[in-house]
Design a protein around this ligand. Structure first.
Ligand SMILES: [Zn+2]
Length: 211
């Protein structure tokens, strides 16, 4: 807030971030143009004008850029879930407006699956499903589903992100994809000693000694 003390500074920041590789006109794909007052980009040949906030979360936001940035910061860094009631009160915004904005932020935060889990990751396999009446123990039937879960923890051991994948069995063929698709190769992974994990290099899995 010290570095960006007013909404205009946020606009400048957004413009820098948005066009750090240069401006490309969405209409004519041309590039030659210039920045106008208010951090708007003006394209010479087709006269298209684009604001720094266009096509971002912050476009036409009703309560200013500084507050919006703060809300995004809180939502992306808090390990607790934040309610719109709570944030509306803190920023002096109506709850409806806050809820609408938070929905936009959540949508933008939806995993693109391009960001593999890092830091500490725990992997486990499990079965989901109801136990049928009168049936005992591991009497698996069609209703039981197997799954593998990868949980990313922060340094303080708070849960950050989770991937769950439905699998057919606990073979290494079924267990390997969650590692390949969702876990960074340099990450410390904790798992039990199940042989299905063996193809994943042991340098990555530090076996859970309590198992
Ligand atoms: Zn153009």
């Amino acid at each position: 807030m010290k570095e960006l003390p007013n909404d205009n500074k946020y606009k400048e920041y957004l413009a820098k971030y948005k066009w750090h590789n240069g401006f490309v006109c969405p209409k004519c794909r041309g590039a030659a143009g210039c920045m106008k007052k208010g951090f708007k980009y003006h394209r010479y040949s087709c006269h298209h004008v684009e604001s720094a906030t266009a096509n971002t979360l912050f476009h036409k936001v009703k309560f200013g850029l500084q507050k919006s940035f703060c809300v995004v910061f809180e939502m992306t860094t808090s390990s607790k879930s934040l309610s719109s009631v709570q944030l509306a009160e803190r920023y002096g915004i109506s709850q409806t407006t806050m809820r609408f904005f938070m929905q936009k932020v959540r949508k933008a935060m939806e995993s693109s699956e391009k960001y593999p889990l890092s830091e500490l990751v725990h992997v486990d396999k499990f079965t989901i499903g109801e136990k049928e009446d009168g049936k005992q123990g591991r009497n698996y039937d069609g209703k039981k589903k197997k799954a593998v879960i990868a949980v990313e923890l922060s340094n303080k051991h708070q849960v950050k992100r989770i991937y769950i994948k439905s699998i057919d069995d606990y073979s290494s063929k079924s267990l390997t994809p969650i590692f390949e698709e969702h876990i960074d190769t340099s990450t410390k992974v904790f798992a039990d000693k199940w042989r299905g994990y063996e193809p994943i290099t042991w340098s990555q899995i530090k076996q859970n000694v309590t198992q």
